[in-house]
Design a binder for this molecule. Structure first.
Ligand SMILES: Cc1ncc(COP(=O)(O)O)c(C=O)c1O
Length: 434
């Protein structure tokens, strides 16, 4: 398949919208500089039509993790359309806020209360406010990525490298009040030594970890965190914005054994419609009666309706089982294909977010080449796939045929030491575009 230059619209957009759009992870330079389709016209299940009417199959991150069922799910859409026809906002509240709260509490047995927001980052900010409002202390110990807000970016007031091990390294805390320095301290995932050092030197209001990213949390890491939080009455917040509703009904915390006080969901729970949830023990959550947390957009109807429909569909179709099965199938076949084509790769543990790594020094080049050659095969593909319910075995088999071809190409590229890229190597970090 012929590949086309990134539409000029992106260059125009960068002039109007600083950064080009609202989400770093949808910038074309993170995939295939100069040639990434960048804009979609239509999306259904795992199919995406670009602005110039080319059809692609999504074997990348499915809307940056937002579409667990597949794009534009009929059932969810039907429920949302009904809600739109009835009206999605009024002076009065919609009952679906209550219905969704009940639904979460059925699944998160440890909790008695729920608050809703729309984006993941704002839900995390709410959780942090709740932890701090319940404590005499301010400091938050955390691991992982948790959004763009001041509480989180304040980490880098101590040095730009502080977020190095947490998904997005080098973020500039420009505009974050300097008074927030030392209010938030990172520890590496699965690193008990880091964690112990922090808790021995600081008075902590809350501990934040992701349920999982690409690896599972280790048993002794979980135990250390659970014990510390319980013994010292420190609020344990598990961020399941990306890990939740993929491998279990609810959060990964359930299967690995974290004992949360608060769990935060976002992204996938609305299958692309904006909704996020803070689910927690009333002994922590009830402080929301005293600390002001409130927004007009948090009460609109679409988010609640979409989440109720997504959760119903998820449970009825046992979506988590499908995702895990497909993830195992995909990752085991990557290994087979790499062996066949004499490529050194490793794969990750948490298969709902399946990922392989080229074990070569120039892996950014190889990843970009993979994306370029897979695009020529008709795929939006990176080295990681966020599996959805719409990825069926026949889709994976077809994809693996292309993958075989592209792995062979990459293996030759490594031997030939030639540059086969049409454009530049992808750059993952946050930087100025203009
Ligand atoms: C674990 C985690 N927390 C928080 C966020 C922020 O969510 P949002 O982009 O919806 O603000 C993300 C987004 O990637 C995430 O993966």
């Amino acid at each position: 398949m012929k590949i086309y230059k990134t539409p000029n619209l992106w260059n125009s957009a960068k002039k109007l919208i600083p950064g080009g759009n609202g989400l770093l992870s949808k910038r074309p330079n993170r995939y295939l500089p100069d040639y990434w389709p960048t804009y979609f016209k239509k999306a259904k299940d795992i199919k995406i039509k670009s602005l110039n009417n080319k059809n692609f199959i999504d074997m990348s991150n499915m809307g940056v993790g937002a579409s667990v069922l597949g794009y534009s799910n009929n059932f969810v859409n039907r429920e949302v359309k009904k809600a739109i026809d009835k009206g999605i906002a009024s002076t009065l509240n919609c009952r679906e806020e209550y219905d969704l709260a009940k639904e979460f509490l059925k699944n998160d047995k440890f909790a008695q209360n729920v608050k809703f927001a729309r984006s993941g980052g704002e839900a995390m900010s709410i959780a942090i406010r709740i932890a701090r409002a319940n404590s005499k202390n301010d400091k938050i110990a955390f691991s992982g990525y948790h959004g763009w807000h001041d509480w989180y970016l304040a980490t880098n007031l101590k040095g730009k490298e502080k977020l190095k091990e947490h998904l997005l390294p080098g973020l500039n805390p420009l505009g974050v009040p300097k008074a927030l320095k030392n209010t938030v301290i990172p520890f590496r995932y699965n690193n008990i030594k880091d964690f112990k050092k922090i808790i021995s030197r600081n008075k902590i209001a809350g501990v934040v970890v992701e349920g999982s990213r690409f690896e599972y949390p280790h048993k002794d890491f979980i135990k250390e965190i659970n014990n510390f939080c319980k013994k010292n009455k420190v609020c344990l917040i598990i961020d399941e914005i990306t890990s939740g509703w993929r491998e279990t009904i609810g959060g990964v915390y359930k299967s690995v054994g974290f004992k949360p006080d608060i769990v935060v969901y976002g992204k996938g729970i609305g299958n692309g419609y904006a909704i996020s949830a803070i689910v927690g023990k009333s002994k922590y959550m009830s402080v929301c009666e005293d600390t002001f947390i409130s927004s007009t957009a948090w009460t609109e109807r679409v988010g609640f309706v979409a989440a109720i429909a997504t959760i119903n569909f998820f449970k009825k179709n046992k979506v988590h089982k499908h995702i895990k099965k497909i993830g195992k199938y995909l990752t085991s076949n990557w290994i087979k294909l790499a062996k066949k084509n004499k490529l050194e790769i490793s794969i990750n543990e948490f298969v709902p977010l399946s990922k392989f790594e080229f074990k070569y020094e120039n892996k950014d080049y190889l990843n970009t080449l993979f994306t370029q050659e897979m695009l020529r095969e008709g795929y939006l593909a990176t080295n990681s796939v966020y599996i959805s319910y719409s990825h069926k075995k026949k889709d994976i088999d077809k994809y693996l045929k292309s993958c075989d071809k592209v792995f062979k190409f990459i293996s030759n590229a490594i031997t030939n030491k030639k540059n086969y890229l049409y454009g530049n190597i992808k750059s993952m970090g946050f930087k100025r575009l203009t």
